[in-house]
Ligand binder design. Sequence first.
Ligand code: HEC
Ligand code: HEC
Length: 337
Amino acid sequence: MSYIATFRAAFAATVLLSSVQVTAAGTSAETLKAQYQRPDNIPFPADNLYSAEKAQLGKMLFFDQRLSKNFNMTCATCHNPSLGWEDGVPGAFGGQGKFLERHSPTILNMAWSDSFFWDGRSPTLEDQIRGPVESPNEMNISMDEVVSRLSKVDGYREIFQRVFPGPGITGDGIMKAIATYERTLVSGTAPFDRWVMGDEQAISESAKRGFEFFNGGGGCSDCHSGWNFSDNQFYDIGLSSSDEGRKAVTGNAADQQAFKTPGLRNIQQRAPYMHDGSMATLDEVIIHYIAGGTPRPSRSEKIKVRPMTVQQITDLRTFLESLTGDDQPVSLPILPY
Ligand code: HEC
Ligand code: HEC
């Protein structure tokens, strides 16, 4: 049985592979590069292991309008593969025609995150899914109602029975399947990765300087660390926004206006930026870090005044642009009715 789609949505740019050259190791850049190496496998939790059919089922559910009350939304409405798995607007456009306060984050590389939402209020990728489904301003439907809708569809009953023998269609199964699909969404190999693997020509001299500054005087790697460029911690970086962020989860005044460090893979395709989508360009983001926004007790101590020359700003941007992975065409699933 094939649910592979007939329709293909293409990503933006294609990146030409240049021939790989291995350079001598030992420079400080070489030591740094090792910290950003792409992982070999995707981690899956013991209570929700991967299977190809489970991921395929999750993909169907991700793109299925029956997960919204008025059949007007899918997960992809706000996490659109053609827009870096985001939606291109500052606050997400909700199900009832209202804009939400927060910006839709990418769902790339979620397998490496250990809490979910900008404020980290959800502990697992499975648990996160109930949020948008049941939120009145988003898909606006109870998980029980989704279960009863899907239970009327022969095709879904068969697949769920194979993937979850016994219980068949349940809210738990829906969340496990979608989370499994999400974990398979990994940003493609970028010019930066080819450079890390030894191809000196893969990125420009400007991007190389940007990488050094990112890890040095720019202070960026104090928070944007590891292959996905996130330490999965929460910081107030001095943005002017009335959203209390992580404090709503912990009740701790120190977490006022703190948000999860976003990963930076494919960042060029993911404007606008920040939890409120308040910054339109990467230059705007970089320039924010020169003064570090509003000084206040909750602002992270890692945010300092960081003088930057015009050249350094350009270098940082060029480096961030080198994190855009190769095209990965996304086929749409054929849904059972
Ligand atoms: C109306 C737009 C909208 C829809 C529909 C939607 N999301 Fe989201 N999603 C968002 C917004 C906005 C956030 C951030 C909300 C917050 O942090 O409070 C988010 C956050 C997330 C996150 C957390 C990412 C992170 O870095 O922590 C994941 C994962 C996610 N959504 C997956 C899904 C899935 C799966 C569906 C379908 C069941 C879905 N979303 C439907 C807008 C949407
Ligand atoms: C103190 C930790 C910290 C430091 C240092 C830091 N960042 Fe961030 N960065 C964050 C957090 C947290 C956010 C999200 C803030 C929000 O939305 O409220 C963010 C957001 C971003 C974004 C937008 C991502 C998105 O998906 O919208 C970019 C790009 C970025 N940072 C690049 C940088 C660069 C470049 C530097 C160095 C000049 C840097 N960061 C330094 C923590 C940090």
